[in-house]
Unconditional design. Structure first.
Length: 219
């Protein structure tokens, strides 16, 4: 009858709390985005709790199934592929449903790419705007950036390595030659943090094939 929102590492398997490990051992079931990925984590920590998939394309059907199990008195942990469930991933739906049905929703905090990135950015952190993943269409990206830019705060978003160059060009059109930080593959072997003004960063990235996971921050 409880849903535990358990944060897991964003790369380095050692970045997990003792409490998260205990909860993952104790619950009846772990709902995760990619069972192969979560199994790696569980194997590393010798945890044998059953897994079920809960991801973007089955989230509506799976929310019904998980809600039924909660009604039967089961304890379920929700984890995402990386970081904190519910931040720019399908977690929101089951969390909202569990709350509206009166189940206990328990946070088990830990890493999130957003917080990990912003604290090493060197950009102001006393207030920031998180945009999640930007929309795909240029006009919509521009609108989001214009609105966020008006607040005068650090703007943070997630981006795919295939779109970053194009997106940084749009950021330049909207926000000019602002400060930018690209945080890539945080906590992993090829971790890289590129800081500078936007024009220099665009030039630096132009000739490169960008790989891995990225958080972009501007001010
Ligand atoms: N729930 C997750 C969290 O708490 O950060 C985010 C899930 S979202 C689907 C995945 C995105 O997070 C990636 O596309 C990337 O933008 C960012 N991300 C995840 N791991 C990362 C890492 N190790 N380094 C940089 N960005 C990362």
């Amino acid at each position: 009858m409880s849903l535990y929102i358990v944060s897991t590492p964003i790369g380095n398997l050692e970045d997990i709390s003792l409490r998260a490990l205990r909860i993952l051992k104790e619950v009846d079931l772990i709902a995760c985005e990619d069972t192969r990925r979560t199994r790696k984590l569980l194997t590393y920590y010798n945890i044998h709790t059953p897994l079920t998939s809960y991801y973007q394309h089955n989230r509506v059907r799976k929310t019904q199934v998980l809600s039924k199990l909660l009604k039967e008195g089961k304890k379920i942990a929700l984890v995402s592929d990386a970081g904190t469930p519910g931040i720019s991933d399908p977690g929101f739906l089951i969390i909202d449903r569990a709350i509206s049905e009166g189940f206990e929703v328990v946070p088990v905090p830990g890493p999130s790419a957003l917080i990990t990135a912003i604290v090493v950015s060197g950009l102001p952190t006393n207030g920031f705007v998180f945009l999640g993943f930007l929309p795909r269409k240029k006009g919509k990206i521009r609108k989001e950036l214009e609105k966020a830019g008006l607040l005068g705060k650090t703007v943070v978003f997630y981006e795919s390595p295939f779109r970053i160059q194009n997106t940084l060009d749009i950021v330049h059109e909207v926000l000019g030659n602002c400060r930018v930080v690209v945080a890539r593959e945080l906590t992993k072997k090829f971790e890289e943090i590129i800081r500078g003004n936007l024009e220099d960063v665009i030039t630096e990235l132009k000739g490169r094939k960008i790989k891995g996971e990225l958080v972009i921050m501007t001010f």
